[in-house]
Every structure is written in C-alpha cells, then in structure tokens.
Design a protein around this ligand. Structure first.
Ligand code: C5P
Length: 405
C-alpha cells in the first residue's frame, strides 16, 4: 500500500470528467490513502456527494458557509489536514480562479488558504485548453509550483478531438504516488535533471528566435527516469506536451533561464541534456515592438552566444553530477561528429541522432540513436522516443547502481 497513512484532499470541480472521480477515489483508497472530498456546486451535477462519501468513507464538503461543517472542520483545517491537494477534474474556471487568487466558494477558498502542494488534472474542451487565457493561467500556476497531470489528447465528450481530456485515474494515482509515496525501482533515492524542448530567445516583446524541437524525446526521458523511481526535475522550454507524470516541471523560455533553473536543480546524480538550446540570442532585445522603417532595405540582428548548459554542468568541479549525458543532433557523419562533441563538452555519454530531413526525427515519434561513451560506441535499434527513453533510463540505473549511492 504505497499511500498508507497519507491524506489526500480531493477537490472535484464541474466537468463531465467528474464521472471518473469515483474510480480515482477507489484507487486512492486501495493504495492506502485517506481521501476527503470537496465538491463545487457544478461538480454535484455530474457525481453525487453520496457516491464520493461512500467510496471515501468520509464526509464530503460542499459548502463554505455551513455552520456544522465549520464547527467540525473549518476550511483552513481542511487544507492543513492534507499531505496533498488534488484538483480533479480541474476546469478552466477553477484554474483561472486559482491563478488569480479568487476565493468565492469552498474549493477556491481551500486552495487559497493552503501552503500544501497542489496537483491539478485539467479537463476541458480543446479550445478552452488552448485559449491564451487558460495557457497564461497555467503558466502562472506552474511558475508557482503547482503540479500538473494531463490533459490527454483524444476524443472529447463534446464530439471534438484534441488536448483536454482529463488524465486517466490510474495516471492521476501515479502522479499522486510519486509526490507522496516512497519511490520504488532501481533509481529510488536518486535525483535526476533533464532538459527538454526548444528555447525562445526574445527579439522584442512579440518576436523570438526558436527551433523545431518538440520536446518529445526529453519529456519521454524524464518520464522513464521517474518510472524507475528517480526524483526528476524537468527544465523545459515552451512545448505543447503534457507534463510527464510524477516529474517536477520547471518551465522556462530562454537559454539563460534554463541555465539558472538547471543550477537550482543541482545536486543530482544524473543529468540528461536533451533540450535544443538556441546557440545565439539577440544582443539586446528591444523593450518595445520593433517597427519597420518604410523604404529601408533590410535590418540586421546582432547575435551573441548563449551559455552552453551541458558544458557548464559537465565542467563543474564540486556538484558535478556523476553522470552527464548530452545529445548530438547531426545531419551527417553522425557518430564521428558526436565523438568529437563528447570530448568538447566534457560529458560522460553522448546520444547521437540523425536529424536530417530524411530521418524525420524532429517532431516525429521515431528516433535512431548511437550511444557514445568512454568505452566506445553502440548503435541502438530504431525505436519510438519512448523506447529510446526507457533504454537510456535502464542504462543510467545500471551505471548508477554499480556506483555507491
Ligand atoms: O553544440 P550542440 O548544440 O550540438 O550540442 C548539443 C548538446 O548540448 C545537447 O545535449 C544540448 O542539450 C546541449 N546544449 C546545451 N546548451 C547549449 C547548447 C547545447 O545544453 N547552449
């Protein structure tokens, strides 16, 4: 029972995904957790308090101004009494209210009154999820340390297709276990850092330099390390992927911010640098939108080099991770170039992949990699990015397992 003795306050808000909450409560109880539910008025349209009360074997709280509830267990105590607050499903509305600090019902008041960690499982129509307002709220919440599971991509109750489906109860349970449960697996007790995605280097407030990295490989590596029990921090540039379950996600935009976030995540046992960091940034980005001058032939941007995050971390004396892994995206002479890169960057391993247009690696799901270490090199069979991630995570576990913790 991985959650034995742990207390989860489950805040249920009003979306069709609320009908999956009874299953989540059942799974949490089976895992040993004590579950106490708070429901918004809208949530009660989809699932009854009686159902959740029966499954959680506890009272369900619905009313901010209930005299009896306040006498027994005030809204401050409700959150203080929990090891983790979980909002599932989290509607666009509750995310907006949480981002802006509104407290006009029991659910939002409890969320504002807590200093306990909060995990949200967003669920909404794809256009509501993709709306800039929701995305801005998510950015605010993530920056404040709110953890996110899902949403998944798929068919929606409204007949549309896209991101917005609530993560499955089993995935939410996994995310809760990774926050509250004692980790199991060969990497339990080990810390890992992964970078992923592109970086955005600002030109002015509305324009930036970026690249085609999707973040799929880096996110898959973070998930695979977490699945083996590691405590993982994922520092990621802007991507459209859901956060991998059970991983601490630190969103950043520029290479500079990525380096700062990586330094803050140290010390770690293993660091994997899968981000496609921009090599250059604009020397001084403009505070106001740049205007074109009529009749002028062209414009030039002055670029300066960005810090090399991999080389910086690999070159640390004290605090260097025992294993530093870099990537080499090459379009020709893949292994030769990667071997030279390993020496130049000072990392322990390089995973080299072919990103020529013919290989279809960028944005695709398949990857062919070669592992280059101090002992030599090996070519891995082509596989999905998840396969490559699982193989790398196992290899990291074997290598760290051979060293003393
Ligand atoms: O030099 P290049 O960009 O080809 O090196 C690729 C490797 O170095 C990747 O592991 C990438 O994440 C890392 N890198 C970095 N910071 C940079 C440039 C690359 O961490 N500024």
């Amino acid at each position: 029972m991985p959650l034995q003795g742990r207390r989860v306050l489950l805040i249920v808000t009003g979306g069709i995904a609320a009908c999956k909450v009874p299953e989540l409560v059942r799974l949490l109880r089976k895992a040993g957790a004590a579950v106490r539910c708070v429901m918004t008025e809208a949530a009660q349209e989809f699932v009854t308090p009686l159902t959740l009360s029966a499954l959680s074997e506890d009272k369900v709280y619905t009313d901010l101004f209930s005299l009896t509830d306040e006498a027994e267990m005030g809204h401050i105590e409700l959150s203080r009494d929990a090891d983790l607050l979980v909002v599932a499903p989290a509607t666009a509305n509750v995310l907006a209210r949480l981002a802006h600090g509104l407290a006009d019902d029991l659910a939002s008041t409890v969320l504002l009154a807590t200093d306990t960690e909060v995990l949200v499982a967003p669920a909404m129509n794809v256009r509501m999820w993709e709306h800039p307002a929701t995305q801005a709220n998510m950015k605010t919440l993530r920056a404040r340390g709110v953890q996110v599971v899902g949403p998944d991509e798929g068919d929606m109750a409204c007949g549309e297709y896209g991101f917005g489906r609530m993560a499955e109860p089993a995935a939410i349970l996994k995310a809760i276990e990774s926050r509250l449960g004692a980790p199991t697996g060969p990497l339990a007790g080990r810390r890992a850092l992964v970078t992923s995605g592109p970086t955005h280097e600002p030109i002015d407030p509305v324009r930036y330099i970026a690249n085609r990295s999707s973040g799929k490989q880096g996110h898959a590596i973070a998930a695979a390390l977490a699945a083996l029990g590691a405590d993982v921090t994922l520092v990621t540039g802007p991507v459209t992927l859901p956060d991998p379950p059970g991983v601490r996600v630190v969103p950043i935009e520029s290479a500079h911010d990525m380096l700062t976030a990586c330094r803050a995540a140290l010390p770690v046992d293993a660091a994997v640098f899968a981000a496609a960091v921009a090599d250059w940034r604009v020397a001084s980005s403009a505070d106001q939108k740049l205007k074109k001058t009529p009749g002028e032939a062209g414009a030039a941007l002055e670029l300066v080099e960005n810090p090399d995050i991999l080389a910086t971390v690999a070159g640390l004396g004290e605090g260097r991770p025992s294993l530093v892994v870099g990537f080499a995206a090459e379009t020709e002479h893949v292994v030769d170039h990667a071997r030279a890169k390993r020496a130049r960057k000072g990392c322990d391993w390089i995973l080299a992949n072919d990103v020529s247009a013919a290989a279809g690696t960028f944005g695709g799901d398949l990857n062919t990699v070669h592992l280059i270490t101090s002992e030599g090199e090996e070519s891995w069979p082509p596989g999905s990015k998840a396969d490559v991630a699982a193989r790398l995570a196992r290899r990291i576990a074997d290598t760290l397992g051979a060293a003393s913790p």
